[in-house]
Design a protein around this ligand. Sequence first.
Ligand code: HEC
Ligand code: HEC
Ligand code: HEC
Ligand code: HEC
Ligand code: HEC
Ligand code: HEC
Length: 347
Amino acid sequence: MSSSGLNREKTRTLHPAARSGTQPLAPITLSLALALILVLALAACAESPEPVNFWALELGDPEVGRERIEVYGCPACHTIPGIAGADALVGPPLNGWSERTYIAGQIPNEPDNLVAWIMDPPSLDEDTAMPDLGVAEADARDIAAYLYTLGEGPISPDAGLLAAGDGLPAATGERMAQPVPFSHQTHAGELALDCRFCHDSVTESTFAGMPSTQTCMTCHSQVLDDVPILAAVRLSWENDAPIPWVAVTDLDDHVHFDHAAHVNVGVGCDTCHGRVDQMEVTEQAVSMTMSWCLDCHRDPAPHLRPPDQIFNLTWTPPPDQPQQGAARIQEYEIPLETLTDCSLCHY
Ligand code: HEC
Ligand code: HEC
Ligand code: HEC
Ligand code: HEC
Ligand code: HEC
Ligand code: HEC
């Protein structure tokens, strides 16, 4: 399986094996705690391989699918990479299938739709030129699994969102397709989970870090433990493969950034990431240009809040913020004179 450079890079830096298992959530029930212990014990015996193509795994066996494609005569009409002699052009070529947004130009390219299409195309589009070939469901699932191994996109579950590999997002409001439709609105908003429950290195390290599958399974081994939208989480767990979360915010490699340095002097998450707790799909809230960084580095006082407000995304500055901010600059000995040095941020 291949994936975009961005995807692979982030998966490596956020490898679950490199993460500690400490979780700061207090009201954890006994059964959850037991589940966590079990999960930690299992995780300790495991080395994680490359991320897998979750859609393919979820559907069926791609190797069986490869054979079935020949049995049902798909090569008579399609060009299909990896299938000997499949170079016909009666129907469209099926290369890069996992990156496609639509099936036959109009049906969202999702696993269930693809299986239905392969079984009986006219049932989805009565005018289509692809005939009903009488493919059995199990065979259609294996064939679909094979097709999803083609191309760079292990994930493009949501038509209209960017798929992995579409390039680095730069502008405000950019969002990425994710392997699981994770919602901060549910977890950080309604369930009010602390950011550190999932991004637990944010106060100690350069990286905030992405949650390991084990963090999700703390709850989802019990809550919604069999729903299809969490299939990728269960597959990640069973196959001991990290979930390939795609980063929304990603600075150029020549720029140095450090979460702990900011969070520990009173810069709150929402100053840079916006109201994440209201986001159904995570977006980049501000465009992180050099001038945006420098605006604060020239005059950080208005942005420095008390330590206990860092994770409170609804914090608003009090009337005496100028005085409080100035006091914090003194207290933390923030070196204002070097905060705009090129070498601070550029290697
Ligand atoms: C007789 C020729 C023929 C055969 C055999 C055939 N197809 Fe097709 N297929 C087509 C045509 C024509 C289209 C375009 C349909 C449309 O756009 O309405 C198509 C479309 C598709 C698409 C959507 C392509 C796209 O670009 O959106 C997929 C996927 C597909 N076929 C898979 C298969 C599979 C898998 C098999 C074997 C089980 C198969 N086809 C067998 C003719 C065929
Ligand atoms: C502290 C417990 C807890 C943790 C940890 C947790 N979840 Fe959830 N999650 C829930 C609950 C409870 C719901 C159900 C919310 C509802 O139905 O109202 C839920 C719902 C969901 C849903 C369904 C869609 C939605 O937003 O309602 C998805 C998908 C999901 N979680 C993914 C994840 C992923 C991925 C992780 C790990 C990064 C994770 N969850 C970690 C408790 C948790
Ligand atoms: C239950 C786990 C969980 C909790 C709690 C949680 N997050 Fe996340 N966070 C995730 C996951 C999973 C992703 C990757 C998927 C996505 O972007 O939606 C993510 C991604 C992000 C990103 C995107 C980073 C990037 O790529 O640019 C930001 C920013 C973020 N979280 C901030 C927060 C903040 C702030 C809080 C607390 C208010 C929080 N998160 C709480 C699980 C969590
Ligand atoms: C001063 C601005 C700033 C603050 C404050 C900040 N972040 Fe970030 N965050 C960034 C930048 C910049 C990146 C991208 C880093 C990169 O690409 O090297 C990022 C990336 C992330 C990521 C993606 C994974 C990673 O580690 O790169 C997560 C998750 C995240 N932030 C969560 C948080 C949380 C939670 C908080 C609050 C505790 C927070 N951030 C506070 C600027 C900030
Ligand atoms: C809202 C204010 C604010 C924003 C926005 C901000 N910073 Fe900072 N940054 C600070 C403050 C305050 C410090 C001083 C921290 C200290 O002295 O420990 C700092 C320190 C740093 C440091 C030095 C870290 C260290 O190890 O001493 C780097 C590097 C840095 N910022 C990079 C960035 C980059 C890159 C951006 C934009 C993506 C950015 N900052 C955006 C307030 C901000
Ligand atoms: C507070 C952090 C910070 C400081 C200090 C800083 N830069 Fe930058 N610089 C950035 C960020 C962030 C970017 C944009 C990276 C991106 O787009 O991902 C950037 C981009 C650049 C670029 C590339 C421009 C481009 O269009 O990609 C150059 C050149 C550059 N900076 C030079 C400098 C010079 C010279 C100085 C000293 C006068 C300096 N920077 C000081 C954070 C900083």
